[in-house]
Each structure stands twice: as C-alpha cells, then as structure tokens.
Write a protein that binds this ligand. Structure first.
Ligand code: SF4
Ligand code: FES
Length: 255
C-alpha cells in the first residue's frame, strides 16, 4: 500500500473521522463531523467574500451515507438513486499531491502556489484585482493581507499563500467538519467541502492526500472524481435543500 500523503500545512483529523468514497455509490461518513450548508456570500460588488452557515444536518448514523451522484430525493443523504441515475461514478483523480503539479507566483513577501485542477469556481480569488496580482504586489501590506485571505478562503485548495521568509503556508484553522456549498450568486449548489484533515478513502483502502480543505463532487458530473472540478456551476446543479444563510460566518483565523 502506498505511503499516506499529508499536504504541507495540513494535519490529519482525529482517527474517528473518515470518509469512504464507495465505488459506485455514496460517501460514507464516519466520526459524526458537523455537516451544514455553507453559503458563498458576496461583498458589495457581488464578488465572493465569506462563508455563512445555513441548515445543519445530522451525521449521527455511523456511517452516514451522503449522495454523490446528485440524483437523490433525500439530499444530502443517499436514497439509492445512484443505481439508476445517469452518471459515471469512476474515481479518475490521479494519486498525486496537490503541490506536485502546482505553479508558483512570486511577489515581494509572498509566494502563491496554484494547481488549477482543484478550482471549484467559488471565485474568492477575484476581489481586489485577483489573488495572483495581489501576490505580486505583496510588498504592500494591504495587498499581502488580501492575498493571504483570498488564497486561504479558496475552498478547493487550488491556491495557497506562503510566507517567502519562513517558507510556511497560511491556512485557516478548520475543525474537522463538512460543508454543503451553496452558490446563490450563480444559482447553483456546489460540492462537499471537507475541512480539517478528514481522510478520504476508496473502498480498496487507498487514502487520498490529507488536506485542510478540499471539495468532493456531489453533483455526479465532475471529470476529476472524487474531487469537484467546478462542473456543477456550468450545469447549474441544485440540491434544493432550501436553507438560508442564517448561521455563523466561517472564522478566518490563519495559522
Ligand atoms: S476555488 Fe479557489 S481558485 Fe477556484 S475560483 Fe474559488 S478561490 Fe478561485
Ligand atoms: S459538485 Fe462540483 S463538479 Fe460536482
């Protein structure tokens, strides 16, 4: 069996937490992590700015089966629809580290790594002239702070900001938890946001690289399963959970 990979800047969650991606069906969630809708909330310019919690869902069942094909009528839970739905369940994502194929952008005080394969089209990198330009301008403290925020907010982990002097990455401190991404601005629901180092496993025992933040596909249409590749936005997929952004906003404490 291959050695367990842990992304730099991520720590594995306690052992009780894990998610098994079944070959032709749902995600099986172990350890009872909190599960709630996470709404992408805009700023005054209608750009993605922060996350706010919506409806919460139980993960008391061990395991809790969450829909991965996009067709369940009991979302976020599995109702067996994957057996008849039109979807390709194959797990085609390569077994690689996120940083293996990442490009780097250098600026005055920051480096930003960028692996576009993990973009989930949440658009937190757009405000203020975009995260790439802000990194290049990171000798300016304001640009630096915004670049760190935007890279750390990137839910899929495509972007990471690193301090050039210490070589350390900036990451938000996430407890092991799950989010059902809702993108009201574009009228679509998104993937399953897996935070805080919860390992994602295949049924054959392979464990994907452990990450502080990564998004798995729950619309059934990603070409990079188990990860989300942003296809939900192109097809305007909806989970119809009918929650509202009424809960806590996501804390933004970086370490
Ligand atoms: S997932 Fe990351 S890279 Fe993609 S749009 Fe969102 S913030 Fe930008
Ligand atoms: S949920 Fe994003 S591609 Fe399926």
């Amino acid at each position: 069996m291959s050695k367990l990979k842990i992304e730099t800047g991520s720590s594995p969650a306690e052992e009780r937490f894990s998610i098994t991606v079944t070959e032709k069906g749902p995600f099986l969630v172990y350890g009872r992590p909190p599960l709630a809708e996470q709404f992408i909330m805009p700023n005054e310019q209608n750009e993605s700015w922060y996350f706010q919690e919506g409806r919460r869902f139980s993960t008391e069942a061990e395991p809790t089966a969450l829909c991965r094909c996009g067709a369940s009528k009991r979302k976020p839970y599995c109702d067996g629809s994957h057996e008849t739905a039109a979807w390709d369940p194959r797990l085609t994502a390569p077994d690689e580290s996120l940083l293996d194929k990442a490009e780097t952008v250098e600026g005055g005080t920051l480096t930003m790594t960028d692996n576009p394969k993990y973009c989930v089209f949440a658009r937190f990198c757009h405000p203020g002239g975009d995260a790439w330009t802000l990194t290049e301008r990171s000798a300016d403290p304001e640009a630096r702070q915004l670049a760190i925020r935007e890279a750390s907010m990137c839910p899929g982990g495509r972007l990471t900001a690193w301090d050039r002097k210490t070589g350390s990455p900036y990451e938000f401190r996430f407890a092991p938890s799950l989010g059902l991404i809702e993108d009201v601005t574009i009228g679509s629901s998104g993937g399953l946001w897996i935070r805080g180092g919860i390992p994602l496993r295949r049924e054959d025992g392979h464990t994907y690289e452990i990450r502080n933040r990564v998004v798995a596909c729950r619309c059934g249409q990603s070409a990079n399963k188990p990860y989300c590749d942003g296809t939900h936005a192109a097809i305007k997929w909806r989970d119809n959970l009918e929650g509202e952004p009424v809960g806590e906003t996501l804390p933004e404490e970086v370490y």
